[in-house]
Design a protein around this ligand. Structure first.
Ligand SMILES: NC(=O)c1ccc[n+]([C@@H]2O[C@H](COP(=O)([O-])OP(=O)(O)OC[C@H]3O[C@@H](n4cnc5c(N)ncnc54)[C@H](OP(=O)(O)O)[C@@H]3O)[C@@H](O)[C@H]2O)c1
Length: 252
């Protein structure tokens, strides 16, 4: 699948939340295609392990940058470190966001702040801070990982209301940026996944994900491929992509 993609080698991509799950899958698959990932996230050990996997598979050196999206000071520091790498940044994937489960026990104020700040404040501040750097690329893109929770009238499923609201806010950021960036070379796009099972290019879950049949859940591989599809469209086109599945999707 997606074997006839344009050559993406030589590009670089900042990925938030790159230490596990979808962020790690994006980073490893990008590296397989010659895109140099800049691995951002909270857990240094997890980021270093993704970096080691990438180096072993591709020989690419993926820089590791500590980033807590709920903390503006951390965002400022991370953005400065990304700038000081002195490499062009072609793509920002706003992947990091804190999940919050619906629960009988009310969410604490700290949980609500962390959820909303990581998804909304963090996504906005990091993107805004990196726009000048992205603007130097010949093909700059911002891809935000939303959620079906971020769509109007979406079912809550097992999400807590603050997560649902935070994802709606992230959608507004992606759409607002698209308007603000009109006339610039930078595209702002958003991909909305349903509930996901993890698939990683480093293990058999990746190949197995490609043979799922209707009725099964979506996987992180499906999202990685949607992002690759979006960024390889001709540059006059910006895509918003909703992935749906019978299990864990909008209606299931
Ligand atoms: N998994 C799903 O079913 C699903 C469905 C729809 C949308 N999504 C979206 O897909 C994206 C990736 O999620 P996932 O599937 O990998 O599972 P996840 O469990 O939702 O992972 C969240 C990711 O965001 C990072 N993160 C959380 N708070 C952060 C903060 N304050 N600063 C920096 N990074 C932070 C986490 O890093 P740590 O390791 O530091 O916690 C982790 O990498 C998220 O935007 C999520 O909302 C996921």
């Amino acid at each position: 699948m997606l074997e006839n993609l344009p050559d993406l080698s030589g590009r670089s991509a900042v990925i938030s939340g790159a230490g596990r799950g979808l962020g790690a899958a994006l980073a490893i698959r990008f590296a397989d295609m010659g895109i140099r990932p800049i691995l951002c996230g909270r857990g240094e050990a997890a980021l270093l392990s993704v970096r080691a996997a990438i180096s072993e598979r591709t020989g690419l050196d993926a820089p590791v940058i500590l980033l807590d999206l709920s903390d503006p000071a951390s965002i400022e520091q991370a953005a400065g470190q990304i700038e000081s790498l002195a490499i062009p940044v072609d793509l920002l994937v706003n992947n990091g966001a804190m999940w919050l489960d619906a629960s009988e026990t009310p969410a604490s104020a700290a949980q609500v702040l962390a959820t909303v700040n990581a998804a909304i404040t963090g996504t906005f501040l990091l993107t805004d801070r990196l726009l000048p750097l992205l603007g130097r690329s010949k093909a700059p893109d911002v891809v935000t990982i939303g959620s079906i929770s971020g769509l109007p009238n979406a079912p809550l499923h097992s999400a807590a209301v603050p997560f649902y609201a935070a994802k709606r806010g992230q959608t507004a950021i992606a759409e607002g940026l698209r308007q603000r960036l009109r006339g610039s070379g930078i595209r702002s796009m958003i991909v909305h996944p349903p509930y996901l099972d993890d698939a990683l290019p480093t293990d058999e879950s990746w190949d197995a994900a490609a043979t799922r049949t209707k009725g099964e859940r979506a996987t992180t591989r499906d999202v990685v491929e949607a992002v690759l599809f979006a960024i390889t469209r001709p540059r006059h086109i910006s895509l918003d992509i909703i992935l749906d599945a019978d299990e864990g999707g909008l209606f299931g």
